[in-house]
Design a protein around this ligand. Structure first.
Ligand SMILES: [Zn+2]
Length: 290
């Protein structure tokens, strides 16, 4: 069986996720208590259905209240008739990412102020030295949701951070645009577990991969020959079914500069910051780790 925290990370990456009372009750007692004392979960609206626990049949039914205060919920059971449900069994929770962000900052030993850059989706957790260089740490939720890449393109602070560490609750996003600008992507499932009294992080796997990715960012970029640029852009757009606008937005340059680069205009010189950002995006379009 998956450990409690791993279950939490996996579930929390689903849009509109909830945990039922029965689910949290099935967790090992010590882990459940720790999860609640850390306030990783926050209450959401109660369920209006419940699973029957009075007969051998596994069935869920809509809850009916026999009093006006809602303190006497029942469900109909074909075998035993009306079954009283303990009101606490209707409680539900979701992961409180504001709390997660705060705890991660402390667990990774980050300094700087925690900032929610995009409500409920992107946080700057802080920064620290990693593999001998300063690295900013971000947390991104819903990178795989339909508007996932938008949460990157509409957050310049994240988009322009050189070689940051970007954490995701569970699966890493498949869209390679996330790997641009030397971003090292990690799943909380790989790095964070429940310790005796809080979240515990493992930095070793992070450090090695981070070093490789960050080094690549510093490698000189070989400029694409001007006559091949249009084809390079075209191939990139086909792979990502995206518009030209997405390409220059992801590269973090304005439209005019993008076209200047494309036609070899010396106003956007090869080896300059703008040209490098475009070339890195288009050339480093590599597959995700898993
Ligand atoms: Zn029943």
């Amino acid at each position: 069986m998956r450990r409690t925290l791993e279950q939490i990370w996996i579930r929390s990456s689903v849009e509109g996720h909830v945990f039922t009372y029965d689910e949290t009750f099935a967790w090992p007692k010590a882990e459940r208590e720790l999860v609640f004392s850390l306030a990783l979960l926050r209450r959401v609206e109660d369920a209006d259905w419940a699973e029957c626990d009075a007969c051998a049949e596994a069935h869920s039914e809509d809850v009916v209240f026999l009093d006006e205060e809602g303190s006497y919920p029942v469900i109909p059971c074909p075998a035993v008739g009306l079954v009283r449900i303990s009101p606490e069994r209707l409680q539900r929770w979701e992961v409180d990412f504001g709390v997660v962000a705060k705890l991660l900052g402390a667990a990774f030993g980050l300094t700087g102020t925690l900032q929610e850059l995009k409500a409920g989706r992107v946080w700057l957790l802080g920064s620290r030295r990693l593999a001998g260089r300063p690295a900013e740490f971000f947390l991104a939720q819903g990178a795989d949701w339909p508007d996932g890449t938008e949460s990157l393109s509409s957050t310049p602070r994240l988009q322009n951070s050189p070689a940051p560490v970007v954490l995701f609750p569970s699966r890493l996003p498949e869209d390679p645009v996330w790997q641009g600008n030397g971003r090292a992507l990690y799943s909380l499932r790989e790095l964070v577990r429940l310790g005796e009294s809080g979240l515990v992080t493992t930095l070793e796997p992070l450090e090695d991969l981070y070093r490789q990715i960050a080094t690549r960012l510093e490698e000189p970029i070989v400029p694409t020959a001007v006559k091949e640029r249009l084809a390079l852009v075209k191939r990139f757009r086909e792979r990502h079914t995206c518009r030209v606008k997405d390409v220059y937005t992801w590269a973090g340059v304005v439209r005019e500069d993008f076209y200047r680069w494309q036609r070899g205009d010396p106003k956007v010189p090869d080896g300059g910051d703008k040209a490098n950002r475009i070339e890195r995006l288009l050339q480093h379009d590599r597959k995700t780790r898993f």
